[in-house]
Design a protein around this ligand. Structure first.
Ligand code: NDP
Length: 369
């Protein structure tokens, strides 16, 4: 009986499909209509650039205000997203499968020679479907890669807020829940505040759009990064004052390194002469930054992100490994990604990269790796 019930919940329900499409519709309208800073993307190999409208923060705040209004007039339930969690997960998963397949077919047929839409086909179906065929596919003028990552990050916050409402309704709000919610909300709001920095990240500049990114953005980010919240709905944790202070410190240090490193790289790409930590930057071969966090370790930004991920799980204590899913996954992902990025940079920058590696020998974790 339970098994049949589980199977039924895994089938996308019409209400979860309606929620998902209303959400995408709102985002598509917001992306196109709400004013925002237009940021030029990285220079592509054919000399062209995409331009991104960075209006994510306003779009998110407006969405929260609209949902809050809907809740206040009892039009929607504040726990609807948490209540329909499994159905929404299955609808989003099926949607990712469909979108990746459409991207595969459209990519295969493309005759475009520009860097954004030129098809990269290996002939291996699994590989091409998984990694994608085109760099920057669009739908009705909307850049899909930028759109999906935005949908995933906003979805994570909406899911968390709904979990928070459920915790409030169930009268089991805990310090742990407040800490997790606070850290995750700050991280997500900060992400949108600095959304323009996304335009120079690996996913946007180097990764093609296939199942890996579509699933990663739409399913993985919201549904697995919120595991701590789900877990805290059913588990009690006693936190000590010292534990809370240590947890806040891990968050603050992680944030400083993460935001500082990403900001330094972004600023350097725009203006290679801009001062880093109050001094002129050390630049290798006119192309690579070896000052600030980028002079402490290569991909020091990953270290900051790992500390942040840890800070999201520490409120759950150490009685279970389940809430540590996110930092453990991120550790594996970022070690793998660092290796792929090293290979890419070694090929792109050649002897300049080799010199950078000599000057900055540490990877992610200074003095250890
Ligand atoms: P980076 O932002 O580190 O970008 C890598 C690129 O930066 C390289 O390909 C190269 O590009 C350039 N670069 C590398 N070293 C230098 C240097 N010393 N000087 C100048 N340019 C350099 O990678 P990601 O996009 O992977 O990460 C961005 C952020 O997103 C990170 O903080 C990461 O932790 C986070 N992230 C989070 C994930 C999550 O699930 N929470 C998943 C993935 C990333 P170029 O060719 O332009 O020079």
């Amino acid at each position: 009986m339970d098994f049949i019930y589980l199977l039924q919940t895994l089938v996308p329900s019409s209400s979860s499909v309606a929620i998902l499409f209303s959400y995408f519709l709102y985002l598509a309208i917001a992306v196109s209509l709400i004013p925002g800073k237009i940021v030029p993307g990285a220079l592509l190999s054919d000399g062209s650039r995409l331009h991104y409208r960075c209006n994510g923060l306003v779009s998110l705040l407006l969405l929260i205000a609209l949902l809050g209004f809907g809740v206040s007039i009892k039009l929607i339930s504040p726990t609807v997203v948490a209540d329909k969690g499994v159905e929404l997960l299955s609808s989003t998963f099926v949607f990712s499968l469909l979108v990746s397949s459409v991207l595969y077919i459209v990519g295969q047929k493309s005759q475009d020679h520009g860097s954004s839409l030129k098809p990269h086909v290996t002939g291996n179906f699994i590989h091409d479907w998984w990694y994608g065929i085109q760099l920057n596919p669009q739908f009705m003028g909307v850049d899909l890669k930028f759109f999906f990552v935005r949908a995933g990050m906003m979805g994570w916050l909406l899911l968390n807020l709904s979990i928070l409402a459920r915790s409030f309704q169930d009268d089991n709000m805990s310090q742990s829940m407040v800490l997790y919610q606070l850290f995750a909300a700050l991280y997500i709001l900060d992400y949108f505040f600095y959304e323009e920095y996304m335009t120079s990240t690996w996913d946007i500049i180097a990764e093609r759009l296939g199942f890996m990114l579509v699933f990663g953005d739409l399913v993985w980010i919201p549904f697995t990064f919120s595991i701590q919240g789900w877990w805290l709905l059913r588990n009690d944790v006693e936190l000590t004052k010292a534990g809370i202070i240590a947890n806040c410190l891990v968050f603050l240090i992680g944030y400083r390194v993460f935001r500082g490193a990403n900001k330094q790289k972004h600023v350097f790409k725009k203006n290679p002469k801009a001062h880093i930590w109050g001094k002129p930057p050390k630049v290798i071969g006119g192309k690579l930054l070896a000052s600030g966090y980028w002079g402490v370790a290569r991909h020091c930004n990953y270290l900051g992100d790992l500390l942040l991920a840890l800070s999201f799980s520490l409120p759950c204590g150490i009685s279970s490994v389940v809430p540590y899913f996110y930092p453990l996954y991120l550790l594996i992902l970022l070690i793998w990604r660092e290796r792929r990025d090293e290979a890419r940079c070694a090929e792109k920058y050649k002897e300049v990269w080799a010199e950078y590696c000599k000057i900055v020998p540490w990877r992610i974790l200074p003095y250890a790796y």
